[in-house]
Structures are given as structure tokens and as C-alpha cells.
Design a protein around this ligand. Structure first.
Ligand code: NAD
Ligand code: MG
Length: 389
């Protein structure tokens, strides 16, 4: 394929964003960069905007705009800041938009991009957790596609190519187990943010790395699996696989299991999404199976990782429970990173917030809209702050 794809990258300065730019840089004739967005790291944002010839650079934070403007001085690249500017950037014509902002902040720009008819490469799992039906319906209505970038979901997507979805019995996503998979349970209450922010296999942003240690990441991904592919909660499982070589398996009605195997390098899933429906060479390590020798699996223990149990409830409840779950988790994670609560307080707080919103009947909804999701998100953040104290 020789057509040039116009691409915008939201969260370009982050871990997924930088890996995306790494691949774009390798095939400059294939991609034309439209907009890049970032947060406080405006030096990186401006440098990338110049290097890739973007027409627009946006920082999420209004107070960072003067610095961004200064860094772009003389380049002719437009600068903007704030939430509304992110949404406006998402409306700039593009063929493909990479959604790699962290947190619920990624939802509105992703929806705006889909409304233009662009396809969305979705790393921002929070979009699916908070508003899965809305994201999928928006893509459908405007003719774009949502292509998963989360490695597990890319793996499921790939295993399903050419298959009849009605013949799928189950989907198994794998979890590395994160930083504390081998810690004694009694020690977990004392775990520090620095300890939680180290990952045995993957090199990722700080927040998702801590979410891996608590399994909130896998909890989000269980919900994401349900929303993306439409499977029933009872069909979706997580298993701990410390080597992180198999990312997901799809089980069919004839007993066959299709496993997706690849090195723990996000550029595979990113490259797949950038090039879909084609496949193009991606410079990830090629696995030597004989050297690898063994792949091991263990149950994902819900006592060690209560987030998994809560996720199951969210999958069963549906409605706004994903938005509440995610927002409460984001606040609890902020508080853990700031040293205001302990590691095991995070799932407790999220469960309490879900119970409180549920008691008010606030999880049920007929049709998910962005306004309703944002309302549930704000309420959950407020309640989480009350629980944090
Ligand atoms: P990161 O923290 O490295 O980068 C986040 C990006 O979002 C940065 O560009 C940052 O400036 C921007 N950002 C932060 N807060 C923002 C806000 N309020 N508004 C707008 N922009 C904001 O995160 P990451 O690890 O690259 O993860 C990005 C997304 O991809 C997350 O949803 C994560 O769960 C998902 N994901 C990441 C990986 C990985 O390997 N890193 C794997 C699978 C899925
Ligand atoms: Mg993942």
C-alpha cells in the first residue's frame, strides 16, 4: 500500500505516543502527521511537532501554553491548550487517530475523532470502560473503525480475524501479575508507590504500571474485552502468565484455542493498528521458543487482587458502573501516588464508591451519552475524595 495516512496522536509525549512516533518515523512516506498532543512536557511535544512536521500541537494544560508557544516559535506550527482545544484538534481531518492519553480525559477527543469518520487506534482503555457502547456506536454511525492497541485486545482482535464470533466460547486475557505477584499477602498493605511502579516485563507509563501491580489494569481490561467484542462476562477470564509472551487466547466451540504470542513490546500492537488491515514489518524482537523453553500460568487470585472481583461486578451491572469504577480508581490512584492512602485502600475505596452510587440508583441508564458519563465521573471522583478523607 502506498497511500499516505493522515495521523493525529493524542498523548504523543507518553509511552504509547512515543512508541507510535518511533514507528511513524521509520515510514515517513506512509504517514502525514496532523496534530500531536501532550501534557506538561511541552519541550518534547514541540520537538516532535517540528520533527514530524505537524500542523498543530496541543497541551492539555492552559498554563503550559506560553511555554509551548515559545518552544514552537518560528516553526509555523499552531499551538493550543486545554480540553476544548483537544476536542477541536480531534476534529481536524485525519484518517487515523491514536488515542493514547491516560485516563478518562481520553474519551471526549476520541469520540470527536470518530465523529469525523476517522478510525481510532485505541490505547486509552478508559474510553471503553467508561463509555464502550457510545464509542462503538459512534464509530458505526460515522464509518470509522476502532482498532484496539491494548496488547491483549489486539491479540483477541487478531485471533478473531476471519472467524465466526458466534463460535467463540471464551476469551482469556493474560496478566503478568505486576510488581507484587510473588509478595506475601501480609506485605501488600505496606507497598509503596515506588515499589508498585516497577514492572517485571513491560516498560509503560507510571499510572498503568501501578495499575498492573494492583491488577486494576487487568480489571479495566476485562471490562474493555466485554465492551469491545460484546462477549458475556461469563465468557471472559484472566490468567496470570508471568512471561508476558502470550497476550490473549480465544477458545472456540470445537475446543480449539488460538493464542497470540509476541514479545512484550507495545510496538507490535501499535504497528498492527497503524497498518490495519495490512500488516507491515515492525522491529520487535523475534521470539526464540527453544530459548524461552517454558511458558507458565497461574490462577488470577481475587483475594490477592480484589480489583478483579470488582470488575466482574461492573461487567454484570453495565450502565454507568464502568465510568464510576474508572473515576474512583483514578482518584484512589492519585491518593496512593501522593502517599495519602495505602496500596490495599485503592480497591476498598473503589468498591465503596460503587456501592454508594448504586444505592442511589446512579449506575442504571438507558442510553450512554458523553454528558451522563461525565456526570457519573464527577460524582465518583467527589465520593472517592470523601472516602479518601
Ligand atoms: P503515559 O503516562 O506515558 O502518557 C500519557 C499521555 O497523556 C502523555 O502524553 C500525557 O501528557 C497525556 N496526558 C496526561 N494527562 C492528560 C490529561 N488530563 N489530558 C490530556 N492529556 C493528558 O501513559 P501511557 O502508558 O502511554 O498510557 C496511555 C494510555 O494507553 C493509557 O490509557 C494506558 O492504559 C494505555 N496503555 C498503555 C500501555 C503501555 O505500554 N504504556 C499499554 C496498553 C495500554
Ligand atoms: Mg494491556
Amino acid at each position: 500500500m502506498t497511500d499516505r495516512r493522515r495521523i493525529s496522536i493524542f498523548g504523543a509525549t507518553g509511552s504509547i505516543g512515543q512508541n507510535t512516533l518511533d514507528l511513524v518515523a521509520r515510514e515517513p512516506d506512509r504517514f502525514e502527521v496532523v496534530a500531536l498532543t501532550g501534557g506538561r512536557n511541552v519541550a518534547q511535544l514541540a520537538a516532535d511537532a517540528r520533527r514530524f512536521g505537524a500542523s498543530l500541537a496541543v497541551t492539555a494544560f492552559e498554563d503550559a501554553l506560553p511555554d509551548l508557544r515559545a518552544a514552537l516559535d518560528g516553526s509555523g506550527i499552531e499551538a493550543a491548550a486545554g480540553e476544548a482545544a483537544l476536542v477541536e484538534a480531534a476534529r481536524r481531518p485525519a484518517d487515523l487517530v491514536m488515542s493514547a492519553i491516560v485516563g478518562a480525559a481520553g474519551l471526549a477527543p476520541g469520540l470527536a475523532a470518530l465523529e469525523t469518520g476517522a478510525s481510532l487506534a485505541l490505547a486509552n482503555k478508559e474510553s471503553m470502560v467508561c463509555a464502550g457502547p457510545l464509542v462503538m456506536a459512534t464509530a458505526e454511525a460515522h464509518g470509522g473503525r476502532v482498532i484496539p492497541v491494548d496488547s491483549e485486545h489486539s491479540a483477541v482482535f487478531q485471533a478473531l480475524l476471519g472467524e465466526d464470533i458466534a463460535c467463540v466460547e471464551r476469551v482469556i486475557i493474560t496478566a503478568s501479575g505486576g510488581a507484587f505477584r510473588d509478595w506475601p499477602l501480609e506485605k501488600l498493605a505496606e507497598a509503596t508507590p515506588a515499589e508498585a511502579a516497577t514492572h517485571p516485563n513491560w516498560d509503560m507509563g507510571q499510572r498503568i504500571t501501578i495499575d498492573s501491580a494492583s491488577m486494576f489494569n487487568k480489571a479495566l481490561e476485562l471490562i474493555e474485552t466485554k465492551e469491545f467484542f460484546g462477549f458475556a462476562p461469563s465468557q471472559i477470564e484472566a490468567v496470570v502468565h508471568p512471561e508476558s509472551m502470550i497476550h490473549a487466547l480465544v477458545g472456540f466451540c470445537d475446543g480449539g484455542l488460538m493464542a497470540h504470542v509476541g514479545p512484550p513490546d507495545m510496538r507490535h500492537a501499535i504497528g498492527f493498528a497503524l497498518n490495519y488491515p495490512a500488516r507491515r514489518p515492525v522491529p520487535v524482537e523475534r521470539i526464540d521458543l527453544a530459548k524461552l523453553a517454558t511458558l507458565t500460568f497461574r490462577p488470577a487470585d481475587e483475594t490477592r487482587w480484589p480489583a478483579l472481583r470488582v470488575a466482574r461486578e461492573v461487567m454484570e451491572t453495565g450502565g454507568l458502573s464502568g465510568a464510576v469504577f474508572n473515576a474512583a480508581k483514578e482518584r484512589a490512584l492519585d491518593a496512593f501516588i501522593d502517599g495519602r492512602i495505602g496500596f490495599l485502600d485503592m480497591p476498598r475505596i473503589v468498591e465503596r464508591v460503587l456501592d454508594r452510587v448504586s444505592a442511589k440508583g446512579g449506575l442504571n441508564i438507558d442510553v450512554i451519552t458523553l454528558d451522563k458519563v461525565l456526570e457519573a465521573d464527577h460524582l465518583a471522583r467527589r465520593l472517592a475524595d470523601e472516602e479518601i478523607g
